[in-house]
Design a protein around this ligand. Structure first.
Ligand code: C2E
Ligand code: CA
Ligand code: CA
Length: 743
C-alpha cells in the first residue's frame, strides 16, 4: 500500500515532527517501509517522505512488516519502531538479519535509554532516530543510510563483475586451443589450463608442482631449458619454438612417418614474469616465473612428415623412391671417392610384368609388386639400399663391394629368391628378372652414369632372353643404341609389312612324306636383308610388339597353308608359335578362331606350339583358354620340351597333344648304342601320357635312325630342309615327299 503525498497529512506530520525545512527532493527511487503501531506517527511519516519523492509503504506491526518482506521487491529502507505490541522491533531486526535482505533498517526509538538502540545497532540496524526528531534529522539520517546502501550495492556489483570477468578469463584460458601454463622460478608448474591436461594426459594435480623437464622429450631438453621456462621478456622472449612433449596418451602416429606414439609436438611461446613492486621498490624486478603458451602442432607435423615421406618413398612398397636413391647414391659415391673404394648399382627389371598388369589388372599387379619388393628386401645386407624407381623397376645400391664377384653374388641371390613362384589370390606367378650391374668407378663416376650404365646392362640382358644378370661394359652403349634403333625399326616393319613366315617341313619318318609345316618368323629388313628371329623376337617380347608379330606371321601362314590344303595337301598340318603375351590377351581364343575362319585353314590341322617355360609360368591363366581351343579341334604342342623344369604332374594338368623334343637333345644323340639319352626318357614319358612326338633340329642320319628306333616317327630339321619361304615350300609340296635317311 504505497501512499501518494497528501497535503493534509503533510501538515499534520509537520506538526508532529517540527518540520522546518523540507530540503531538496530526494531521488525518487528509494522505497521506504514505515513500521509503527501508532497510526498517526505512521501516516504523518508516510506523508512527509512521500512529499520528498520516497516510495512509501506502511505496516502497523512487526508481524505485518515481516509478512510484507516475504515478497520482492523489498524496500530499500525500513523505518522501524522499536516498541510495538506483539512482535517488537528487535525481533523484526533479528528475523531480517537472518534472511540477509538487501534493505537497511533505521530504528525509531522513544526509549530514553540508549541500551535499546545499541542492541538494535549490534543486531544489524544501520542507524537510529530518537523520537521526537526533526524532519531534517530524519532526512539526513536516511540520506546517510542510503549512501551507505548505495556504496555497498555498487561494491557488490563491482565484485560480481569481477568474479564474472574472472570466470570469463578462466573460461577463455581453459578453452584456449593452446596449452597455457605458469612456472615458478624453479621451473615447476603452478598453473595449467584444461587444454594442457587434455593434451598431455596428466591430471592437473599430477602436473602442478612437477618440474617441466619431466614432460619434455629427452632430445629436446636442451632447447627447452631456454624456451619452456623462458626468463626473457618482450622481443627477446621465445616465440614459436618447436619442442616435443611426452604425452601419456597414445598419439595416432603415422606408421612410417616421424611422430612417435605418446609424443606431442608443440610450438612454445613464453615470457618471463617479473614483479612490479609498485610502491615497494625492493620487490621490483624480482623473477616470479614463466608464462607460456604451447600450441599442438603434431597434426601439422605429421602432415609435413607424411609429405616428406611421400616425397622420398614409394607408397606401394614403402621402399625409397628414385629421389631418395639418388641422394643415397650421391653420398655413397662421395664416400667411395674419398676412400678410393668401390660400389655397385644393380638395376632390376621384372620380366614381362606388364602382362600381369594388363591381363589381371592393377590390383593383382600391385600385390605382386609388394610381394616381390618384400623378397628383394630380404636380399639386402646392412647398409644396402633398395629402391623402387617406378613400375617394375627396382634399384639396389651396394655401397661396399670389394670386387665384381660380391655384386654377382647378390644378383644371383636375388634371382634365386625370385625363382620360387609367387601366389596372389588364386594365381601363381613365376617372376623372372633381368639385372644390370654397374660398378664405381669402372662403369661410371657420377650418379647418373652409374644408374644409366646399370640400366643399359639390364636392357642388354633383356635383349638376350632375360632372367639373368650382366655387368655393364662400354660396348653395351653402342648395342643399347642399336637396340633402341631396332625397336623403332621393328615398329616400322610391322607398319610396312616387312615380316613374313618361313616354313620348315615336318616329315613322316616312315614314308618321307611332308605331313606338316612349322611357321617361323623372318624379317625382310630394308638394309640388313633377312633377319633371324633370335635378333628380334626377344626384343619384340620385351616391348610387347610380339603380339602383333605373332598375329601377322600366323595370319600369313594360315593363308598359305589354307591354299595348300585346298590343293593337293588337304591334311597338311600347321604349327604356329605362340608367345605368352599373345595367349594372355583377353581376346586370344576368339581372335584365333576368327583368324582360322577368315583364312579358311582347317582347324583340326592347326597346332599351337607353346614353350615349356611359358606353360610353367602361366598355367593358371592359359589352361582354360587352351581347353576352349582344344574343344574346337586345335591341337596343343609343348615346344622346346626338356629345357624347362616341367614335371609329369604339371603336364597332366595341361591339355596337351604333342611334345616337341628340343633340338639340343637331338644334337646330343651320340650313337646307336646310347640308350640312356634324355631323348629316350622323353619319348618314354610322352608315350605314357599318350602324347604325339615330334623331334626338331634333326641334322644327320645318325640322329634320324636313332629317333626312328626309339619310336619317334615325325621330325623336322636341316636334314630335310631349313625353314624356307612360301615359294620354296610350294616346290617341296609339289614333289610331295622329301629325302629320308636310309632307315
Ligand atoms: P623354335 O620354335 O624351337 O623353332 C625351331 C628353330 O630351330 C628355328 O629357328 C629353326 O630354324 C631351327 N632349326 C630347325 N632345324 C634345325 C636344325 O637341324 N639345326 C639347327 N641348328 N636349327 C634348326 P628360328 O627360325 O631361328 O626360330 C628360333 C626361335 O624363334 C623359334 O624356336 C621360336 O621360339 C622363335 N620364333 C620363330 N618364329 C616365331 C614366331 O612367329 N612367333 C614366336 N612367338 N616365336 C617365333
Ligand atoms: Ca616352335
Ligand atoms: Ca622348338
Amino acid at each position: 500500500m504505497r501512499m501518494t503525498p497528501d497535503t493534509g497529512l503533510i501538515s499534520r506530520a509537520a506538526s508532529l515532527i517540527n518540520v522546518t525545512d523540507a530540503g531538496p527532493a530526494t531521488p525518487p527511487h528509494t522505497s521506504v517501509l514505515i513500521v509503527d503501531d501508532q497510526p498517526r506517527m505512521r501516516e504523518s511519516l508516510g506523508a512527509l517522505l512521500g512529499s520528498r519523492g520516497y516510495g512509501v509503504e506502511l505496516a502497523d506491526s512487526g508481524c505485518a512488516a515481516l509478512a510484507r518482506l516475504e515478497h520482492a521487491p523489498v524496500p530499500d529502507l525500513i523505518l522501524l519502531d522499536m516498541v510495538m505490541p506483539g512482535t517488537s522491533g528487535l525481533e523484526v531486526i533479528a528475523a531480517l538479519t537472518a534472511r540477509e535482505l538487501d534493505t537497511r533498517i533505521v530504528v525509531l526509538s522513544g526509549e530514553p535509554s540508549f541500551e535499546h538502540v545499541k542492541r538494535a545497532l549490534t543486531q544489524g540496524a544501520a542507524d537510529f532516530l530518537r523520537k521526537p526528531f526533526e524532519a531534517e534529522e530524519l532526512f539526513s539520517t536516511l540520506a546517510r543510510v542510503e549512501r551507505a546502501l548505495d556504496l555497498e550495492r555498487r561494491a557488490r556489483v563491482a565484485e560480481k563483475r569481477l568474479t564474472e570477468s574472472e570466470r570469463l578469463h578462466r573460461f577463455m584460458i581453459d578453452h584456449a586451443p593452446d596449452m597455457v601454463y605458469l612456472l615458478d622460478p624453479e621451473g615447476c608448474f603452478t598453473f595449467v589450463n584444461d587444454r594442457a591436461v587434455a593434451l598431455l594426459g596428466w591430471s592437473r594435480e599430477a602436473l602442478l608442482g612437477r618440474h617441466y623437464a619431466s614432460i619434455v622429450d629427452e632430445q629436446d631438453l636442451e632447447s627447452a631449458r631456454y624456451v619452456f621456462n623462458e626468463r626473457r621478456t618482450g622481443d627477446r622472449a621465445s616465440r614459436n619454438v618447436e619442442l616435443r612433449l611426452r604425452s601419456r596418451l597414445p598419439t595416432h602416429g603415422v606408421v612410417q612417418g616421424g611422430v612417435v606414439q605418446g609424443e606431442v609436438v608443440v610450438e612454445v611461446t613464453a615470457t618471463g614474469i617479473y614483479a612490479d613492486g609498485g610502491a615497494d621498490t625492493q620487490c621490483d624486478g624480482v623473477f616470479l616465473g614463466t608464462y607460456g603458451l604451447a600450441r599442438d602442432v603434431s597434426e601439422r607435423k605429421r602432415a609435413q612428415e607424411m609429405v616428406q615421406y611421400q616425397a622420398y618413398h614409394d607408397l606401394l612398397t614403402h621402399l625409397p623412391n628414385r629421389a631418395l636413391f639418388h641422394d643415397r647414391l650421391e653420398l655413397a659415391v662421395t664416400q667411395a671417392r674419398r676412400n678410393k673404394g668401390r660400389l655397385a648399382v644393380m638395376f632390376l627389371d621384372l620380366d614381362r610384368f606388364k602382362v600381369v598388369n594388363d591381363t589381371l589388372g592393377h590390383t593383382v599387379g600391385d600385390r605382386l609388386l609388394k610381394l616381390v619388393a618384400e623378397r628383394l628386401r630380404n636380399c639386402l645386407r646392412a647398409g644396402d639400399t633398395l629402391a623402387r624407381l617406378g613400375g617394375d623397376e627396382f634399384c639396389f645400391l651396394l655401397p661396399d663391394v670389394s670386387c665384381r664377384e660380391d655384386a654377382a653374388g647378390v644378383a644371383q641371390k636375388v634371382l634365386d629368391r625370385l625363382s620360387t613362384p609367387f601366389k596372389v589370390e588364386d594365381h601363381e606367378f613365376f617372376v623372372g628378372a633381368s639385372i644390370g650391374i654397374s660398378v664405381y668407378p669402372d662403369s661410371g663416376e657420377s650418379v647418373e652414369a652409374l644408374i644409366q650404365s646399370a640400366d643399359i646392362a639390364m636392357y642388354h640382358i633383356k635383349g638376350r632372353g632375360k632372367n639373368g644378370y650382366e655387368f655393364f661394359m662400354p660396348e653395351m652403349n653402342a648395342k643399347f643404341c642399336s637396340l633402341l634403333a631396332l625397336e623403332r625399326e621393328l615398329r616400322n616393319a610391322l607398319a610396312n609389312d616387312e615380316l613374313e613366315p618361313f616354313f620348315q617341313p615336318q616329315v613322316d619318318l616312315d614314308t618321307g612324306v611332308i605331313i606338316g609345316v612349322e611357321a617361323l618368323a623372318r624379317w625382310h629388313h630394308p638394309q640388313r636383308g633377312l633377319v633371324e628371329p633370335i635378333d628380334f623376337i626377344p626384343l619384340a617380347e620385351e616391348t610387347g610388339l610380339i603380339v602383333q608379330v605373332d598375329r601377322c606371321i600366323q595370319r600369313k601362314a594360315c593363308e598359305a597353308v589354307a591354299v595348300w590344303q585346298r590343293g593337293s595337301h588337304p591334311a597338311l598340318t600347321l604349327s604356329l608359335n605362340v608367345s605368352a603375351a599373345q595367349m594372355e590377351q583377353a581376346d586370344f581364343v576368339d581372335s584365333m578362331l576368327a583368324m582360322f575362319e577368315e583364312t579358311g585353314v582347317v582347324i583340326d590341322c592347326v597346332m599351337l606350339e607353346i614353350t615349356e617355360s611359358v606353360i610353367m609360368r602361366e598355367m593358371e591363366l592359359i589352361v582354360p583358354k587352351l581347353r576352349r581351343l582344344g574343344a574346337r579341334g586345335v591341337r596343343i604342342g609343348i615346344d622346346d620340351f626338356g629345357t624347362g623344369y616341367s614335371s609329369l604332374s604339371y603336364l597332366q594338368r595341361f591339355p596337351l597333344d604333342i611334345l616337341k623334343i628340343d633340338r639340343s637333345f637331338v644334337q646330343d644323340i651320340r650313337g646307336d648304342g646310347d640308350d640312356s639319352s634324355i631323348v629316350n626318357a622323353i619319348i618314354y614319358m610322352a608315350r605314357g601320357l599318350g602324347l604325339g612326338i615330334v623331334a626338331e633340329g634333326v641334322e644327320n642320319d645318325l640322329q634320324l635312325r636313332y629317333l626312328q628306333r626309339q619310336g619317334c616317327h615325325q621330325a623336322q630339321g636341316d636334314i630335310f630342309s631349313r625353314p624356307v619361304d612360301r615359294d620354296a615350300l610350294e616346290r617341296y609340296l609339289a614333289d610331295s615327299f622329301i629325302r629320308v635317311g636310309s632307315a
